[in-house]
Design a protein around this ligand. Structure first.
Ligand SMILES: [Zn+2]
Length: 325
């Protein structure tokens, strides 16, 4: 296992050990606490002999996102007991419900802007981030992003991003400052290999938009029958603590729109492992500029589903349309 994760897990185990010992001195539920303490000590000794993070049945590596969530995990997903599997399924279903509750309304109209989106986890929970915050005179903020990794760990980071932007936006900072703060907080609170790509923008009532792209696929601007990417990208959020983010300004006229998406769309594969590609998305958006946003969203979903056919879904998908009314 990567050294950084290993030392992170060791810290986690030692912190848990300390907690357990504190609880034991207060003498609450001693039997249960002793059993947990034994488990933590066994995990620490597995770390010493190098077997930590390996499944006790098949000796393969245990999924790192599961270890991060629970450092005492001893079996890979394929070798859980039926009871553990059922518990995991219940937890995932609950996590999916929590995540759904973090999404903005499916359709939104504010300050002359209309928004609709499609959000589809590859499994129960998603590492994609999608939110809209109406900051009244400070504009309508929209964010579409993608957290590194997959599964529950990624969905927890998505929830972290959600909370961070919801806290920072009402503070009345510039878009660049919001991203700088978010990146710093994110970098300090995640593992070195965890970061997020995202597009953060804000639209004003007069049709102006500011966009900052942190390493995410470029948003597409649909204007006058043509579709072009909005260039200009910085590094992902949380990759370094001291990042600076560049800003692009646009002005949208009625009927023009921006399409934001996660790479689960452009990199979706068909059964023969060909990629969907951004050109196909551009063409579809270009050919349907007079369609309503919901109709366009439906057409995009339909085209993507047709393309993917029976191929296995590997990545989360977000497709987001911001239209000027
Ligand atoms: Zn196994």
């Amino acid at each position: 296992m990567a050294t950084a994760i290993n030392s992170f897990m060791q810290q986690q185990l030692l912190a848990r050990r300390e907690r357990l010992q504190d609880a034991l001195t207060e003498n609450r539920h001693p039997d249960h606490l002793h059993a947990l303490l034994d488990e933590v000590d066994r995990a620490l000794s597995r770390m010493q002999d190098g077997s930590y993070g390996l499944c006790e049945t098949c000796h393969d590596t245990i999924e790192s996102d599961r270890l991060i969530c629970d450092p005492l995990v001893r079996f890979c997903l394929d070798h859980l007991s039926r009871q553990e599997r059922n518990a995991l399924e219940r937890d995932l279903e609950l996590a999916a419900r929590v995540q759904k509750g973090l999404l903005p309304p499916q359709r939104l109209e504010r300050h002359g802007w209309s928004i609709c989106y499609h959000y589809e986890p590859a499994q129960l929970v998603s590492g994609d981030y999608c939110d809209v915050v109406d900051a009244e005179d400070s504009g309508l903020y929209f964010m579409v992003g993608d957290v590194s990794g997959k599964g529950v760990a990624a969905s927890m980071l998505m929830a972290h991003l959600h909370a961070m932007f919801r806290t920072l936006i009402p503070m009345g900072l510039s878009l660049k400052r919001v991203l700088e703060h978010a990146s710093r907080v994110f970098a300090e609170s995640v593992l070195p290999n965890q970061y997020a790509t995202l597009v953060c923008g804000r639209g004003f009532a007069d049709g102006r938009i500011e966009i900052s792209n942190a390493g995410h696929p470029a948003p597409l601007l649909a204007r006058d029958g043509a579709v072009r990417p909005v260039e200009g990208s910085s590094l992902p959020v949380g990759m370094f603590g001291k990042e600076e983010f560049s800003l692009v300004e646009l002005s949208l006229r009625p009927g023009e729109r921006l399409i934001l998406y996660s790479d689960g769309v452009s990199e979706a594969m068909d059964a023969s492992s060909s990629e969907y590609g951004v050109e196909r998305l551009c063409r579809l958006v270009g050919e349907n500029q007079s369609a309503g946003a919901m109709d366009l969203l439906g057409l995009c979903r339909c085209d993507l589903d047709t393309f993917r056919g029976q191929a296995q879904r590997h990545d989360d998908i977000t497709l987001f349309i911001l239209s000027r009314q």
